[in-house]
Design a protein around this ligand. Structure first.
Ligand code: PLP
Length: 378
């Protein structure tokens, strides 16, 4: 098992490779084909879901809001879980923020963290920047992007404080099987670890049922959610942490005082409206994702020499294996020659073998049409 970036000095943040890449291309590229957030909605479409929402929004005062989050929003979030009370919820600005507040309030330099990989870079880089060492626990493509729980015993050390899992997994679309999820919860409990569950794609299972949240399954579980992925409302910048350990949430809140302090009131109101109509958003995203999975399956049948994948089970992304050349060179040529943007796997601290495709946008059909024509010419 290799360590992530062992040379990174503590307290320096390694640039977030995917965010830097998206920042350069996302708003100028012709065909954005690697986004992890699904198609969004306009403000007036969200307001139309609740006849009182427009007047409430226009009549809002624009002062600071409650640090924990608006009571109505925390109640709407709690209703999405079993056995979770509004006081078990701490609203944040996006899901990026609670990754930081969680690690900053948990880790000391020299601590150790185990992270299910490949994943969203914050889960490794924030821990490293705080002076912790990180061990990767790699999911295996040949096993449908499942990791092997038997490997965990070899990774844990007396310094291990946290086991972090991102399931459904970005970028692979992998979803832990129920028995492996249970094994993870048991392992964390046995070693007295905090179990951080980045669950921002939970609710977008393509076929089978969702896993429980780590906050439901484990007394030391902290689950993260967001409006960005399942609901397609990334621009609201609303995310949250859920845990039955309220002292853990209080410690995270104390870190949040040094970051956003509180979430923007208009965003809180709109997020509350959206969560009260959650299935309008969730089912819309799921329909697009399912149709894009079929589209990609068709493409793979047409070009078996060029691309393959272990079919994603949940979430909005899939990880395509590039068969004939390094993925970064292949995707750069594709971008230069056609304007189709895929995200090469080096951006996810993964060998140069895959590209991430985004499955939540209706525009993927046009992008894959361009890719298909390009592949025919190769
Ligand atoms: C796994 C994962 N966690 C967290 C985030 C951050 O979410 P947000 O945009 O709500 O800050 C993302 C965004 O891509 C993600 O994929």
């Amino acid at each position: 098992m290799h360590r992530v970036n062992p040379a990174t000095p503590p307290f320096l943040m390694r640039p977030f490779a995917l965010e830097r890449y998206l920042s350069k291309h996302e708003f100028s590229v012709r065909h954005l084909a690697c986004a992890s957030d699904p198609d969004t909605m306009r403000l007036d479409e969200v307001l139309a879901l609740d006849p009182t929402a427009r007047d409430r929004l226009l009549g809002m005062s624009l002062g600071y809001t409650e640090t924990k989050g608006a009571p109505a929003l925390r109640a709407a979030i709690a209703r999405r879980y079993c056995g979770i009370e509004p006081d078990d919820v701490l609203v944040h600005v996006g899901a990026e923020e609670p990754i930081f507040t969680f690690f900053r309030s948990t880790l000391q330099p020299g601590d150790h963290v185990i992270v299910l990989t490949p994943t969203y870079q914050s889960l490794t880089s924030v821990a490293e920047a705080l002076g912790a060492t990180v061990s990767r626990w790699d999911a295996r493509e040949a096993d449908g992007w499942q990791p092997d729980p038997a490997e965990l015993e070899a990774l844990v050390t007396p310094k291990t404080k946290v086991l972090a899992i991102n399931t459904p997994q970005n970028p692979t679309g992998g979803l832990l099987s129920a028995d492996r999820f249970e094994a993870v919860c048991d392992f964390a409990a046995k070693h007295g670890l905090w179990l951080l569950g980045d669950e921002v794609y939970r609710g977008l299972e393509h076929g089978g049922p969702a896993l429980p949240s780590v906050a439901e399954a484990s007394a030391r579980g902290v689950g993260l959610g967001a409006m960005a992925k399942v609901y397609g409302l990334a621009g609201l910048r609303i995310g949250w942490a859920v845990s039955r350990d309220r002292s853990r949430l209080s410690q995270m809140e104390a870190v949040k005082d040094f970051l956003s302090i509180c979430a923007p009131g208009p965003s809180e109101l709109l997020a509350t409206v959206a969560l009260e109509h959650a299935d309008v958003f969730r089912l819309r995203a799921l329909a697009t994702v399912r149709s894009n999975v079929s589209l990609i399956e068709g493409l793979l049948e047409q070009f078996p020499r060029h691309l393959s994948w272990s079919r994603p089970l949940a979430g909005t992304t899939g990880f395509l294996r590039v068969l004939e050349e390094p993925a970064s060179a292949w995707s750069q040529r594709l971008l230069d020659e056609t304007g189709v943007l895929l995200a090469p796997s080096l951006l996810f601290d993964w060998p140069d073998t895959h590209v991430r495709v985004g499955l939540g946008r209706a525009s993927l059909g046009a992008a894959m049409g361009v890719l298909s024509t390009w592949l025919e010419r190769q």
